[in-house]
Design a protein around this ligand. Structure first.
Ligand code: CO
Length: 136
């Protein structure tokens, strides 16, 4: 598997509106784009930081897994996403090695990327996402 860089770090927030001033005014980094992912019950904001990005995830309904995450663990770091060049090959390799994935085939991520999540048990407590494509 060829991982070139960390694509983004996903952070669960209750309200993008409340969090935005901290990143924009406090840290001085700009929210680039906000995207709605209705099928995932999420509103997503990307903040570019060099080669990587911060992805702020706000649940838009209680059906969102991010809503459940915030209920259980509070706001904070939700996942780390590695950029891969061939997601199908990465999935096949991980399955072959006995690691658990949350889906068998890539899903559509923000900005038309292809994504897959590893089961947090396989990531030793860290939810790992793999991303193919540039997104934004
Ligand atoms: Co992500």
């Amino acid at each position: 598997m060829a991982i070139s860089h960390i694509d983004h770090i996903g952070i669960a927030v209750s309200s993008l509106e409340k969090v935005k001033p901290f990143y924009e005014e406090g840290l001085g980094i700009r929210v680039e784009e906000v995207e709605e992912l209705p099928q995932k019950h999420l509103k997503v904001a990307f903040i570019p930081v060099g080669d990587t990005r911060i992805e702020l995830l706000e649940p838009t309904s209680e059906a969102s897994t991010v809503h459940q995450f915030i209920q259980k663990r509070g706001e904070g770091i939700h996942h780390i996403a590695f950029h891969v060049d061939d997601i199908e090959a990465s999935i096949a390799q991980l399955k072959e090695m006995g690691y658990r994935l949350l889906s068998e085939v890539p899903e559509e991520g923000a900005g038309g990327t292809k994504i897959v999540f590893l089961h947090p048990k396989s990531g030793f407590g860290v939810l790992i996402e793999l991303v193919e494509g540039e997104g934004h």
